[in-house]
Design a protein around this ligand. Structure first.
Ligand code: SF4
Ligand code: SF4
Length: 177
């Protein structure tokens, strides 16, 4: 998982700017971004397909975990996440993801609670869906080889779709590039 401090759009001002830029491009190129919308919706469908098997795996692994990745890792939304959430879910996260601070120490991701992640699976950064820890990988190989194959396929599909969505967005919004 991501683990350094070079996080984009951390301040409220930067976050507002990125939202406004995407919205402005959406208005400006109305009708030309259909492929971006369609691709984002396909990504959402694949996220939804992944939800059930991931839930199953987590119910056998995360509930017993003593070194929770959401506490350890530093996670943030990247540009593809933002495009997907805007065009595929018709919304925008309130802000960039940051870590909770206790005293002067950084703790868990601020979406993490005692019950796990407070975001629905389809709203999480892709890295949170893509990441399987060694315990989960082992569990899948030992008990659910078929599920592992279908999850791997869905993740590759999502990765490809995310690239296509971003390329199409850039192609439309920066025609001279
Ligand atoms: S994904 Fe792995 S490291 Fe993260 S909470 Fe679940 S079992 Fe723990
Ligand atoms: S967004 Fe959710 S799944 Fe991702 S690190 Fe934060 S709490 Fe964990």
């Amino acid at each position: 998982m991501k683990g350094h401090a070079n996080i984009p759009w951390c301040s409220a001002e930067e976050w507002n700017q990125v939202i406004l830029s995407i919205k402005r491009i959406d208005r400006l190129y109305e009708g030309k971004l259909d492929r971006v919308y369609d691709t984002a919706i396909k990504i959402r469908q694949k996220f939804e397909e992944l939800s059930e098997p991931i839930e199953k795996i987590c119910s056998h692994t995360c509930v017993y975990c003593e070194d929770v990745c959401c506490v350890r890792a530093t996670i943030w939304y990247d540009f593809k996440d933002l495009l997907y959430i805007y065009f595929g879910l018709n919304t925008f996260p309130e802000s960039q993801i940051i870590k909770k601070i206790e005293g002067n120490r950084q703790r868990s991701c601020w979406h993490f609670s005692e019950k796990g992640c407070m975001l629905s699976r389809i709203e999480r950064p892709f890295v949170c869906i893509w990441y399987f820890c060694s315990v989960q990988k082992k569990y899948l190989v030992l008990h659910h080889h078929k599920i592992k194959e279908s999850i791997d396929k869905l993740l590759i599909d999502i990765k490809d779709l995310r690239n296509k969505m971003e390329e199409e967005f850039i192609r439309v919004s920066c025609p001279n590039l």
